[in-house]
Design a protein around this ligand. Structure first.
Ligand code: GLU
Length: 486
């Protein structure tokens, strides 16, 4: 017999943006499918019409597309399957694993309230399962509305979870639950099982907030005579305070990070480590490497911690690893949006631009950082960072004098190249009595050239700016230093 091809699905409810937890679940399903030559399907669980929106559905598509988690086959919309879901529920009525319940919502609410008043927890008492055939037929003929309820058998329901191992629920703790409402629409668990069977899903991987649904779903598979998929329940994601991740913890939508200058590769890498460990202390991985290393053995049971600082760090790692030409495709639109350059202008001096990106990428954590750091090389005027100015230009007359000397030394250079600059500035440091502490020159000069306290090496900065612009910046700094302190 040919081995079955794994089929997995990501089944978000379109009731908000694609959030970090959903994206993590999507990624793990995707990784498993890729690793084992399977299919990754997308099902939009839009049965809750009141809360589902097209905008959320679009945000899910956009988020997955941005991350590069492409799905196979057509998107399945759960809401379009109501008829099939209903047929499946009726199959259970026909094979006697379900029964009609004529109790109204008002009656059930009353009985629930009475049970609670007695300090008992309410459980449906199966009264409609005891109706005789003739009575049922009479009520149906009279058009009395009914739901379909699943008749939970005795015993217990268990499965071997890929993450948690054996999980068992005693069936006595599960009441005869409704599978079809009076209006003929399926209840959540019914729709999920009917759809998963139809989509031939072999592995259901989802958040462990669904663990309590799984025994009910398993019972439905059995009642429908369908083969069970394997289940894997992924750990919840918590904030740094140990509480379930929510809006209180700041940005939790994937789209927010896209707009904060996070690379999709870094986001994926960060998400991959929320509940999975590739072992061997490996952290930084491309998507291809994640596919290679992915294994359910590495899935964790304990809650994963969402640390935005780690995401930034991860992004910095991915920025450093990215070839400048690839980085340019992301940074160029950002520079254009910031009004710092046009794509045509950057294309005209592509070598210079790529060299600049090589210098900036290793010091940046986000593409926004790169844009900020690139500004001094692209804009005519610079903005002085107040903190850097206060710190590096403390003695303003002294700094003005120092920069005047630096200008003279640099202006007299025959060639605008690093070795000559270094020699000139180091010998200036000697002459000024700084000994080997050339930093006393480099730091104030850095502020003069870039307005920033951090930049690539000072000689790289001088080269990238070019002679005229660099000398012009020093002149502006000297003028600024003559004015009042800021
Ligand atoms: N729609 C459910 C959710 O967004 C997922 C259901 C499932 O994966 O079975 O949590």
């Amino acid at each position: 017999m040919a081995a079955t091809v794994p089929r997995l699905r990501f089944a978000p409810s379109p009731t908000g943006y694609l959030h970090v937890g959903g994206a993590r679940t999507a990624l793990f399903n995707w990784l498993y499918a890729k690793k084992f030559g399977g299919q990754f399907l997308l099902r939009i669980e839009d049965t809750d019409k009141a809360r589902s929106t097209d905008e959320s559905t679009r945000a899910i598509f956009e988020g997955l597309t941005w991350l590069g988690l492409h799905w196979d086959e057509d998107v399945v919309y759960q809401g379009a399957n109501v008829e099939r879901n209903r047929d499946d529920a009726y199959r259970m009525l026909a094979n006697d694993t379900a029964y009609r319940c004529f109790c109204t919502q008002a009656e059930l609410a009353e009985r629930r309230a009475a049970a609670e008043a007695r300090g008992e927890s309410f459980r449906y008492d199966r009264r409609c399962d005891r109706l005789d055939r003739a009575e049922i037929d009479r009520r149906v003929a009279d058009g009395v509305p009914f739901t379909l309820r699943f008749r939970v058998p005795e015993g217990s329901t268990s499965w071997d979870d890929l993450v948690h191992g054996e999980i068992a629920f005693p069936n006595k703790d599960i009441e005869d639950f409704i599978i079809l409402r009076t209006d003929g629409t399926p209840i959540y668990n019914m729709a999920v099982v009917s759809d998963d069977i139809f989509m031939r899903i072999t592995l259901v991987m989802r958040g462990d907030d669904h663990i309590s649904n799984t025994p009910k779903q398993i019972l439905l598979y059995r009642a429908l005579g369908a083969e069970l998929p394997t289940f894997a329940h992924l750990p919840m994601i918590h904030g740094l305070d140990g509480k379930k991740l929510s809006k209180r913890h700041g940005a939790t939508a994937v789209g927010d990070y896209q707009h904060l200058g996070i690379l999709p590769g870094a986001m994926l890498n960060f998400l991959a480590l929320l509940g999975w460990s590739p072992g061997h202390d490996i952290e930084v991985m491309t998507l291809a490497r994640m596919v290679e290393l992915f294994d359910t053995e590495g899935l964790q049971k304990k809650a994963a911690i969402f640390d935005p600082k780690k995401l930034e760090w991860m992004n910095g790692q991915h920025l450093s690893l990215m070839p400048a030409a690839e980085l340019a495709t992301i940074v160029t639109p950002a520079l254009e949006a910031a009004g710092l350059a046009t794509a045509a202008d950057l294309a005209a001096r592509r070598d210079w631009y790529l060299a600049l990106l090589e210098l900036l990428k290793v010091r940046a954590r986000t593409t926004d950082d790169i844009v900020r750091q690139a500004a001094p090389y692209l804009a005519d005027a610079i903005t002085y960072d107040a903190e850097a100015e206060a710190k590096q230009w403390k003695d303003r007359p002294g700094t003005a004098k120092l920069l005047g000397e630096v200008r003279r030394a640099l202006a007299s250079l025959g060639a605008w190249e690093p070795a000559a600059m270094e020699e000139a500035l180091r010998s200036l440091a000697e002459r000024m009595g700084f000994g080997d502490k050339a930093g006393k020159i480099f730091q104030p000069l850095r502020v003069a050239l870039t307005g920033l306290g951090v930049s690539p090496g000072i000689f790289d900065v001088l080269v990238m700016l070019g002679r005229d612009r660099a000398l012009g910046r020093i002149d502006s700094a000297v003028r600024r230093l003559a004015g009042p302190a800021v």
